[in-house]
Design a binder for this molecule. Structure first.
Ligand SMILES: Nc1ncnc2c1ncn2[C@@H]1O[C@H](COP(=O)(O)OP(=O)(O)O)[C@@H](O)[C@H]1O
Ligand code: SF4
Ligand SMILES: [Mg+2]
Length: 330
């Protein structure tokens, strides 16, 4: 099937007083219509910047230095601010981790939802209000009338996240980025919000890029997983295959502390040692080498390319020792 979003070699850099930092380094992915892809990695691995670059929302000082990102015929990385503004909300939407920060404190929920509709499509306020009400019902809010009249601080964290999801899907985007959408919520609410995203995806065919540092949490909601480390993709696989047999030492480490999808215990590897990579002092060669149990001399000088794993179809890994992992007992 043709991809709804096709990202090729995206690189994002910052100029800092201490020098240039490459925070996203050659990330590529394809997203099929209606698919959920999980982008997973520790804090600082470049997940948020990847999403922000595609939406044209990079913070000051950051810039896309290479890459293409096709949404239909349009290369998102070449569009003007005006063209991007037209796409955001309507075709591409994002839900952030902190719903309180993303909602306006002084405006009612009604005002914020209807403004999204009216800014893109115009039309009378009353019609926009009716649509906002339907959207709030759709995200499972029990008293949508009351929520419409509320301000953000009058709602619980879970309710606020549902409001933000309602706002994101109001105009039926083709692609929704959900950036750590549940990190600020307690565990039961986290599961409910992820289940809600999955339901909306099924009902409306929205493709979702689900960003998380928590591989175990998002696994059952994503068809495929892309693991990032220090701004680079280190492994891509179908979720079940990744859990059954991770083919990068970093993924193995991420999984070691996580329960398996089939309920069995993860294989007996200690969780990952050491600190996440500091981009200002990125290690030479494979950035993961200071933390890697399988490190060889060559890993310290050469950067492993993301490559297909022989005999395993679509699976890709960026590790010189992938054969060792293949031969190891899962
Ligand atoms: N404003 C900034 N100035 C300099 N570097 C930044 C800035 N914002 C982010 N970075 C760098 O980019 C890295 C990746 O950031 P981010 O995409 O937010 O990571 P993630 O979402 O995976 O936690 C950060 O670790 C940091 O080193
Ligand atoms: S390339 Fe070397 S250091 Fe990097 S993950 Fe593979 S074995 Fe470890
Ligand atoms: Mg982030």
């Amino acid at each position: 099937m043709k991809s709804v979003l096709s990202v090729l070699d995206l690189t994002v850099e910052f100029d800092t007083p201490a020098g240039r930092v490459r925070a996203v380094d050659g990330v590529s992915f394809e997203l099929a219509p209606g698919e959920t892809l999980a982008l997973v990695g520790e804090s600082g691995s470049g997940k948020t910047l990847t999403a922000l670059a595609l939406l044209g929302l990079l913070p000051h000082g950051a810039r896309v230095s290479t890459g293409r990102a096709f949404f239909g015929e349009q290369n998102l990385l070449r569009l003007s601010e005006r063209e991007l503004r037209k796409l955001r909300g309507r075709a591409l939407a994002i839900v952030f981790q902190d719903p309180l920060g993303a909602l306006h404190p002084m405006l009612t929920i009604e005002r914020q939802l209807t403004e999204v509709i009216q800014a893109h499509e115009g039309g009378p306020r009353r019609a926009a209000r009716a649509r906002a009400l339907v959207a709030l019902e759709e995200v499972g809010l029990a008293e949508p009338e009351r929520v419409l009249g509320s301000h953000a601080h009058e709602l619980s964290g879970g309710m606020r996240q549902r409001v933000l999801i309602a706002m994101a899907i109001l105009l039926r985007p083709a692609v929704l980025f959900a950036d750590e959408p549940t990190s600020a919520l307690d565990v039961t609410v986290q599961v409910q919000v992820l289940a809600l995203l999955a339901e909306l995806q099924r009902r409306h065919g929205i493709a979702i890029v689900l960003i998380s540092h928590d591989l175990a949490r998002v696994a059952e909601f994503a068809e495929r997983v892309q693991v990032l480390y220090a701004g680079r993709t280190v492994e891509v696989a179908r979720t079940r295959e990744l859990f059954a047999r991770p083919l990068h030492p970093y993924t193995r480490g991420l999984l070691a502390s996580a329960p398996r999808l089939d309920g069995a215990l993860a294989f007996p590897l200690p969780s990952i040692q050491g600190q996440p990579s500091d981009l200002m002092q990125r290690p030479a060669g494979c950035a993961f080498h200071p933390r890697c149990a399988l490190v060889q001399a060559g890993c310290k000088t050469r950067v492993p390319e993301l490559a297909q794993v022989r005999g395993l179809g679509e699976r890709r890994s960026a590790c010189f020792e992938v054969q060792t992992l293949l031969e190891a007992k899962p």
